[in-house]
Ligand binder design. Sequence first.
Ligand code: NAD
Length: 384
Amino acid sequence: MEGLSWNAAAMATGSFKSLVRAPPQLSMAVSDYSAVTWSRSGGSHSIRAAIAAEKMPRAPLLGWNLPDVWRPRPNLPPCPALPERNLAVEPIAAVIDGKAIAQEIRGEIAGEVSRMRDAVGKVPGLAVVLVGARKDSETYVRSKKKACEEVGIKSLGIDLPEESTEDEVLRAVMMFNDDPSVHGVLVQLPLPQHICEEKILNAVSIDKDVDGFHPLNIGRLAMQGREPLFVPCTPKGCIELLIRSGIDMMGKRAVVIGRSNIVGAPAAMLLQRHNATVTIVHSYTKNAEDITREADIVISAVGVANLVRGDWLKPGAVVIDVGINPVEDPNSKRGYRLVGDVCYEEASRIVSAITPVPGGVGPMTIAMLLSNTLESAKRAYGLT
Ligand code: NAD
C-alpha cells in the first residue's frame, strides 16, 4: 500500500511521467499503476473511500498521463505459431500493394506539378528542417528530397547542428514560413532532447503544415463538418490504400491498434469520418484479441513485431499494417529484416486483403507528403 501511495502522490503532482523515464523506476511505477486499477475494481464505494482517505489520487478530468508501454505477454510463440495447422492452408488474402499504389499517385502528382508550371510558372516547394545527425533521420530526409525531385517539387532544407538552440530552430521554421516559394514546412522528428517539440511544431504555419501535426489541423480533423488543411501523411496513406483498393468503410467495424498522435489517433478519426464504427485498442486495453477479432477493418500501428496473430483476426477482414519492426535474421546481409505488427504468414491465410511490410504503408507516407505539398501550392496559387 505504501508503494501505491507513493505512486499516487507522484501522479497527483504530475511528476509520474518524469519518474517513469528512469528505467529502475519504470517497473515500479507501472506495477503500482496496476495496483491502482486493481483496487478500483473493488467497487465505487471503496474507490471513493480510498480517495477520501487520500490513499488514491482522484483522476484528473483529462486522464492520467501514463506511459504508453507494453508489458509483453509471457510464452508468446514465434510467428508463425502453428505451422502444421495454419500453413497447410494456402494464403487467400489479396495483397494491397502500397508500392504500386504510391507509384500511381506519384505519377498523378508529377502530372499536376507540370500543369501548375504551365499555368502559373511556379512549382510547389517543400522545406525540411533537420536538427542533429541521427542516421535514420538523415536517411528519411534524403528520401523525401529525392521523392520531391522525381515529381518536380522544389526541395529546400536546412541542417542544423545537434547543439542548436530552440531559438535557432524556431528561426529556421519562421524563415520557411515567410518564404512564398515554400508551401510545406516539415520538421524532422525526433528533435534533440533539449528542444521542445511542441513549441517547434506549433510554430509551423498552419498553411504550410504538410505533416498535419499542428493542433489546429488535428482539432479540425476531430470535428464534424470542419476541414483540416492537411491530414497526417501515414493515416492518410492508410485510408487512400483502402479507397483505391475498393474497400468500403461505411458502417464497418474498424479497430485501430495504437493511439499515437501521428498514426493511431488520426487514423481512427479518419475512419470515423468515413462512417466506420471505430474502436481504439492501446497498451492498456484488456482482451485486445477479442476486440480486434470483431473488426472488418484493422489498422495496426504499434511497433511490436508480430503482435497481431492469426487468431486475432476475423475471417475476411482487411488489414493495414503500419508497423515497421526490425527482427534478427542471420540470412539477411544486414543481420535483420523488417516485419510489421501483424504475423503476415498467419493473417494472409485468414483475411481477405492485407498490406505487406515492407511495401505497404511505407511508400504511401512519402506519396501523401508530396500530395499535401501539392495541395498547399494549389491553394496558394488559387488552382483547383
Ligand atoms: P508509438 O510508439 O508512438 O505508439 C504506439 C502505440 O501502440 C501506442 O499508442 C500504444 O498504446 C500502442 N500499443 C503498444 N503496445 C500495445 C499492445 N500490446 N497492444 C495494443 N496497443 C499497444 O508509435 P507510432 O509512432 O504510432 O508508430 C507505430 C509503428 O508504426 C512503429 O512500428 C513505426 O515504426 C510505424 N510507423 C510506420 C510509418 C510508415 O510510414 N509505414 C509511419 C509512422 C510509424
